[in-house]
Design a protein around this ligand. Structure first.
Ligand SMILES: [Zn+2]
Length: 391
């Protein structure tokens, strides 16, 4: 078994970290009724500033620029991209709907393709900087569009920045091994599709079961195909799962896979829609388990590209991502304005004044069912997938 070469404070402070951000992109509007609000990244940026987590000597802000036109074809097919271009020009056709363009989840918005290409450019540029050893960690809270398929817009995602960035990194340096870890409440179906038969990318997704949540798939039996068999690992958890259930599956499944696979770079989708107050999902996590998981990812990543993803309680999402950035940088948040301003940067009154959540535990039948399902899924993965990795 290979030795873990994880990030350390010393290494990150020496080699640097990147925060991908642009005010202009953060304030792009999906419409008042649409739950996806890129402004979460602006709130994250504000909170990071307030907590002395920005502008440290080893940090850089990376302003996203659009990817080159041909790079999109690393994952998406031409017909789909042409349809997106036409939709944006106002040339609306019925066949667009067959590709998810113009649905209530993925409306035709003026400037959406350009916006998506810039966000993707941020993710790709961050990955390039990591591969060139100009930084060891990068966070793009604007990115993480894990549902976009090669020919389909889905789940608020039009362009899959994750699949494109990983494919571009492999194109540049074809012997690298990548772990993709997705802790968003939704299954990362678009990224799974991109690498389903590829053993150079180990795709791990922990999410609310497809029995109760979009995209209705991501079951433990989906484990890759061909050479990629065993290199897709799905860990569905029940509605009502809390921190204990989440950490039970995370601790039993994620560290052994990281250690045996020994990635060169880790890409993490850090969606915060698993949180107890999220309006779109049914998980009951707090940012206590969220921080715990991110620490364990950081400790096992030689280089880390982190992405935002879901999160529909805007304030809580911003708090999660602020904590994630502090963990990646090995520094504690320090409230520079303590006592001087009110709680509105954090959200409604009950949560004022701290980045940290109170603990919460599910109970009764819900908890029992969540735990027994977690044990069943874990046993399945240990039996069917671990042996493929020599564990
Ligand atoms: Zn999600």
């Amino acid at each position: 078994m290979s030795e873990i070469k994880g990030l350390t404070q010393q290494a990150v402070h020496k080699k640097g970290s990147l925060f991908v951000y642009s005010d202009e992109l953060a304030w792009f509007d999906f419409g008042t009724d649409h739950p996806f609000k890129p402004e979460r990244s602006a709130k994250t940026y504000e909170l990071c500033n307030r907590y002395a987590l920005m502008h440290q000597p080893w940090m850089k802000i990376l302003k996203p620029e659009s990817i080159e036109d041909n790079m999109i074809h690393l994952f998406h097919n031409s017909k789909y991209i042409d349809l997106l271009k036409d939709a944006e020009k106002g040339d609306i056709r019925l066949e667009m709907l067959e590709h998810g363009i113009g649905t209530s989840d993925n409306p035709i918005l003026s400037g959406i393709l350009e916006w998506s290409l810039k966000v993707t450019g941020g993710t790709v540029a961050a990955m390039n900087q990591l591969m060139q050893n100009n930084a060891l960690v990068a966070f793009n809270p604007l990115g993480g569009f894990h549902h976009a398929k090669s020919d389909q817009a889905e789940g608020f995602c039009y362009v899959n920045d994750i699949a494109i960035a990983i494919k571009e990194a492999i194109r540049q340096k074809n012997d690298i091994k990548v772990v993709y870890i997705d802790i968003d409440a939704h299954h990362g179906n678009g990224v799974q599709e991109a690498f389903y038969d590829d053993p150079t990318v180990l795709v791990i997704s922990i999410h609310e079961t497809g029995k109760t949540l979009y995209p209705w798939v991501g079951f433990e039996t989906e484990m890759g195909e061909g050479d990629g068999k065993g290199f897709t690992v799905n860990v569905p958890i029940e509605a009502g799962s809390d921190d204990e259930v989440f950490l039970y599956v995370f601790d039993n499944i994620v560290p052994p896979l990281f250690e045996s696979f020994s990635p060169d770079v880790v890409v993490a989708e850090l969606g915060a829609d698993t949180m107890i107050s999220d309006p779109l999902t049914h998980l009951k996590l707090t940012n206590n388990s969220y921080q715990n998981a991110i620490k364990k990812i950081v400790e096992r990543s030689p280089r880390l590209l982190a992405l935002g993803g879901g999160g529909y309680d805007l304030f809580r999402t911003a708090r999660c991502w602020t904590l994630a950035w502090s963990i990646m940088n090995f520094i504690e948040p320090l409230d520079e304005l303590a006592g001087l301003v009110g709680g509105m940067m954090f959200g409604p009154e009950s949560e004022v004044g701290s980045l940290y959540d109170r603990s919460y535990a599910s109970s009764g039948e819900i908890k029992d069912k969540a735990m027994s399902e977690a044990q069943r899924v874990m046993t399945y993965i240990q039996k069917e997938i671990f042996p493929i990795h020599g564990i």
